[in-house]
Design a binder for this molecule. Structure first.
Ligand code: HEM
Length: 407
């Protein structure tokens, strides 16, 4: 008898996804993992869904390159988007990657991040005061997105009055990484890179005029970073800053939004968490596993290899499906169930290996504080209408998520 979801696999093409997929991609991911874990897509790329395969790929950056020139040139041509995405550290291999990673690494280390905690609590409490007065609100627009915009804005010391366009730019630039990008998305992404670079030229010039010898923001650190005579060029500076701002925005917004939604869908888990607040750090790992904000990543093979019995030629584009790996029953028991007490160690929500998310401590701190404060203030929080998922496969989150603070 054929697998009940065999038809989801036969024609699976990430460039043509259905509205039902965006609502719930997991039945497709389970079917792929069972029937075609190394799935050949119509464009010749390969889609991986097993945890063990992703882990192997992440751990071998020599054989599985992060550089994207070959993939991006046909889509972006010679454009600001091409320049941006091929410069940012996440899409580069050593030695450039190693240099830039050192430059941002210190500023995002746990000790630097822990100092942010009091300010973050104050910010979240202020937001909750406003929401308490309103009673009905959009969890994304009025809560989840506000926290990361402020945090990353503070990390780069972007003046508060200049932060308004950041989220729109970030969405347009990251949106251009989705499959099946149309001309409107391409234009919006290119305009956003141009506007962002223009803005950063002024900001960086101003920062250079007032450089401190003990900088407390990432931008000053990047400007002053020097190792064995190497420094970041002006071009590097713009694009690493844009990348950092983008990496810190949408992902964390979605982590907070997805977590709130998951808890409302599993009321017994919410009750358990409210009764055991010390579980919050553990719960955040489970939210990351259960509804990973970054669902897809990519690598390119640099040599011929065999993966899961399939031989892949050098130059094959791989899509690493984090969303599927984090629900792999070979690693996580009963994977479609949210369980805030589960040991979710080993989830791949932040990737793994040399490109492991440099901002993971910030992201987890933001989520822990935002989610605990929200439910502590509004224990009777509930849905107030139909939430709407963004039609994106790479970054999973909501466009609109209406909540009410009372029953
Ligand atoms: C829940 C929130 C977040 C998630 C799920 C997430 C996820 C990821 C993933 C999966 C990667 C690896 C990509 C790859 O190897 O292909 C990554 C890389 C990265 N992330 Fe995050 N991220 C989050 C938040 C942040 C924040 C808040 C920042 C900065 C403040 C940040 C900065 C970075 C940087 C700099 C890299 C590139 C690291 C490298 O290439 O060495 N991320 N992130």
């Amino acid at each position: 008898m054929p697998h009940p979801n065999a038809e989801l696999v036969a024609g699976f093409d990430p460039a043509h996804l259905s509205p039902a997929f965006y609502v719930d991609p997991y039945p497709t991911y389970h079917a792929l993992r069972q029937l075609a874990p190394v799935h050949r897509c119509p464009d010749g790329s390969v889609f991986l869904t097993r945890h063990a395969d992703l882990h192997r790929v992440y751990r071998d950056p020599r054989l599985f390159s992060s550089a994207k020139e070959r993939q991006f040139r046909p889509v972006f041509g010679t454009s600001p988007l091409y320049e941006h995405h091929t410069t940012s550290l996440v899409f580069n291999d050593p030695p450039l990657h190693t240099q830039v990673r050192q430059a941002v690494g210190d500023a995002l280390a746990p000790r630097a991040i822990a100092a942010m905690e009091p300010g973050l609590r104050e910010l979240v409490n202020g937001l909750l005061d406003t929401l308490a007065a309103k009673q009905h609100f959009d969890c994304i627009e009025e809560f989840a997105s506000v926290v990361p915009v402020e945090v990353i804005g503070n990390l780069l010391r972007i003046p508060r009055t200049e932060r308004a366009p950041l989220r729109g730019w970030s969405n347009a630039i990251l949106g251009a990484l989705e499959f099946g990008l149309g001309s409107a998305g391409l234009t919006a992404g290119n305009r956003a890179v141009e506007a962002f670079v223009d803005y950063l030229k002024g900001l960086i010039a101003e920062r250079r005029r007032h450089l401190s010898t003990e900088p407390d923001d990432i931008l000053s650190r990047l400007i002053q970073w020097e190792r064995n005579g190497a420094r970041l060029s002006e071009h590097q500076l713009y694009h690493q800053c844009i990348f950092l701002l983008n990496a810190g925005h949408e992902t964390t917004t979605n982590l907070i939004g997805n977590s709130v939604f998951a808890l409302l869908n599993f009321p017994e888990q919410l009750a358990h968490l409210l009764a055991n607040p010390a579980l919050m750090s553990n719960a955040v790992e489970e939210f990351l596993r259960y509804e990973s904000p970054v669902q897809l990543g990519n690598r390119t093979t640099t040599d011929a290899i065999e993966l899961g019995g399939v031989t892949l030629r050098a130059g094959t584009t791989l899509t690493l499906c984090i969303g599927a790996a984090n629900r792999d029953p070979a690693v996580f028991e009963d994977p479609d169930r949210l369980n805030v007490a589960r040991d979710a160690t080993g989830h791949l929500a932040f990737g793994s290996g040399i490109h492991t998310c440099a901002g993971l401590h910030v992201a987890k701190l933001e989520a822990r504080i935002a989610i605990s404060a929200l439910f502590a203030r509004f224990p009777r929080l509930r849905l107030n209408g139909e939430p709407r998922r963004a039609a994106r496969a790479r970054f999973r989150g909501f466009e609109f998520f209406p909540l009410s603070t009372h029953r």
